[in-house]
Write a protein that binds this ligand. Sequence first.
Ligand SMILES: [Zn+2]
Ligand SMILES: [Zn+2]
Length: 377
Amino acid sequence: MASEKKRDYYEVLGVSRDASADDIKRAFRRKAKDCHPDAHPNDPEAEARFKELNEANDVLSDPDKRARYDQFGFEDPMQGMGGGWSGAGGMDVEDVLNSFFGGGMGSMFGGGGRRSAGPVQGNNLRYELRVTFEEAARGCEKSFDFYRSEECDTCGGTGAKPGTKPVTCTTCRGSGQIRTGNGFFTMARTCPTCQGTGKMVQDKCSACGGSGRKRMRRTANVRVPAGIDNGQTIVINGQGEPGMRGGPSGDLYVTVLVKPHKVFQRDGYDLLLDFPISFTQAALGAELDVPTLDGTVKYRIPEGTQTGTQFRIKNQGIQVLNGRSKGDLVLTVHVDVPKRLSEKQKDLLRQFEASATGREYEGRKTFMDKIKNAFGG
Ligand SMILES: [Zn+2]
Ligand SMILES: [Zn+2]
């Protein structure tokens, strides 16, 4: 499979990269109907297409998987990952550690079969990093503190009080396993006292309570690339929990949470902006001072601009992630009808209204004509 070039999941579903969850659901249903194996019996090509479609849907309909696919494509570092997650699935890091290393773990895993004597890769950790809209758009360097479990430096990870050593486990007499049953049926399970290590601690290290691990506060630095979007993940290799018995460290997965902007909204790499204008500006045309991420730009709207009209200002959007180009700034103008007018202003407007012949209003004229047609007036 590896040599075969896989088709882009968005292409498979025939949707754009900014398709909504509903778009994806609809596209999948439509395509699944087309190439469902029931409709094409004994057609290996249809079957392959159906499989491909299911795979694409599986990834794109799951927000987490989709975010990772958007960032990493088919090279997702989480596929085939050695270490497990910690901090995920409702357990916090400490719960996971306690369950792995704490005294009461035997009951938790029904015998503690998870602990092996060989090298073990450290857990991956997850961190949620909050950035401002501008920081995400322009990119930034961030540092943050996080906790991770590391080997206790007081006891060197043995869990034994300095100056003492772990002794042979009395439950299993050092074998790490407990055998039950007799005759033909002998069951071996990992010793719950020592979790299979064959050693137990008599005088516990006071720094780590005998677990051999300590929760340490660490600082990570991360470069947030320009154009990153809410929910996308950056991987910092080797910054997760250190491995045990020579195993490699886990990775630190930093999920970026972008604060909404007060003025702009984001649509892919385009910036959306609602811009109120006066009806005079709408009628006469105007040069607007349009805010951008970097300041303001002048933009001329034409005479007779209707409310709701969109204007696209090229290359004033967000920089494309890992690219050079930029999205656009999409301006939607709204006519802000004035209130609290003075008598003089009202008078001017009445004069204007009296001078109108009706030809000035295209929409109203069409509307009146329709009414005439409909009701025979
Ligand atoms: Zn210790
Ligand atoms: Zn034991």
